[in-house]
Design a protein. Structure first.
Length: 400
């Protein structure tokens, strides 16, 4: 049995490496979601800009430059697909026939599209539902984001959503599901975010995101104003949590009684991140290869690494653990969409703290998209020899 298990793991690794080579040619869409009404701390709406300012586009550009040199496809890399004013228009403009037409005509191999930030509507009159603040505003924002993510996925892009608070995952995952109905969800977070409005101590919707998605909780969810457009679609068997260490009593009951696969920081300490990652992917993918949605809250990391966030909890992931996890998800070749949320530049005690948190977000995104810690290297047919170099230099001097 042990030999059979080793063979299966080896086969999967070889299969996934081939799949990854095919997948690395896919294009990436970046969507900024500057939104904070899923919780009470302002400032997280500046997260998308902080992540861009930390060098996200330059990092991905470096990765793609190396890929172009390896494949021989030379093409321009980064520009705003529809200009800085695109998201000032209404939601109906976010349609794949409009959004991607320019790139498809001018440059069908264009790899990275930064579509700027969504322009969310904040409703003036949005009374609490029970003790849930801003329900209609959060619902409307997620409906808009779902349309945006759905259009990006439909057009063949791997979609990266920059938050913003974690309530945005409601729309991000739903938009992904519209075009990938067999997706699975990896939720990397210090918190389970699976309270219902009836169990949540705070009422904040960023701590209830997953409960809106799960079919098994449908009869436990009240009709929250602003969410009539959303129907639960995800099975608990297609969900895995990694990094939990601050779980509310109602959430703990749901995790246990709904049979959800989850790994706490104690599990990571006990088994190691390699084993936890392997078990997570086996749970989700052993029966069928499915598109992966990775929803990554920066507070999954220890606050010493990511201090500029709203709900830090001591004892989080180390840098190496978080990056290893992202690398292994990329190695499946199945990552189809990703959220990176809860970077709050106003909560960093110093400029360095803000920059460290945003840079960590960039590292996670880059690793999820294929950046390796061995570096990205140009492929060589052969090493140059001193004689060849000397001859070429002399020929150039003679020509001059």
């Amino acid at each position: 049995m042990a030999l059979r298990g080793s063979f299966i793991r080896l086969f999967k690794k070889q299969f996934n490496s081939v799949f990854k080579l095919h997948n690395c040619s896919h294009s990436v869409a970046i969507i900024g979601a500057p939104f904070s009404k899923g919780q009470k701390r302002r400032g997280v709406e500046h997260g998308p800009q902080a992540i861009r300012d930390a060098g996200l586009l330059d990092r991905l550009s470096t990765m793609e430059t190396a890929a172009r040199q390896q494949t021989g496809k030379l093409r321009p890399f980064i520009r705003r697909a529809c200009g800085d004013t695109f998201y000032k228009s209404n939601l109906n403009r976010y349609d794949s026939t409009v959004l991607f037409q320019e790139d498809q005509i001018e440059n069908p191999y264009y790899p990275l599209h930064d579509y700027g930030d969504l322009n969310f509507t904040h409703l003036a009159k949005d009374e609490c539902f029970m003790h849930v603040p801003f329900p209609r505003t959060v619902g409307l924002a997620n409906k808009m984001l779902a349309s945006a993510v759905g259009s990006a996925v439909e057009a063949g892009h791997t979609c990266i959503t920059l938050g913003g608070d974690h309530s945005l995952a409601i729309g991000s995952v739903q938009g992904h599901y519209k075009h990938c109905p067999d997706l699975c969800l990896i939720w990397v977070d210090a918190h389970a975010d699976i309270n219902t409005p009836l169990t949540s101590p705070s009422g904040n919707l960023h701590g209830q995101s997953v409960s809106f998605l799960l079919k098994e909780l449908q009869d436990k969810m009240p009709e929250v104003p602003g969410f009539s457009w959303l129907k639960p679609f995800l099975s608990t068997s297609d969900l895995v949590y990694i990094g939990l260490r601050d779980v509310d009593p109602g959430e703990h009951y749901i995790l246990k009684n709904c049979g959800i696969q989850y790994f706490t920081m104690r599990d990571i300490d006990r088994m190691g991140i390699q084993r936890v990652t392997e078990m997570s992917l086996d749970h989700l993918l052993s029966r069928k290869q499915k598109p992966i949605h990775l929803s990554f809250d920066i507070d999954a990391f220890d606050p010493s690494l990511a201090p500029a966030t709203g709900t830090p909890v001591n004892g989080g992931l180390t840098y190496r653990e978080g990056i290893y996890l992202a690398e292994e998800i990329n190695n499946t070749g199945l990552l189809s969409a990703m959220d990176l949320v809860e970077v709050n530049p106003t909560l960093g005690a110093t400029r360095e703290a803000v920059e460290a948190t945003a840079s960590l977000a960039v590292d996670v995104i880059a690793a999820s998209l294929g950046k390796t810690r061995e570096g990205a290297h140009i492929s060589f047919d052969k090493l140059p020899s001193p004689g060849t170099t000397y001859k070429a230099d002399n020929e150039q001097k003679i020509c001059l």
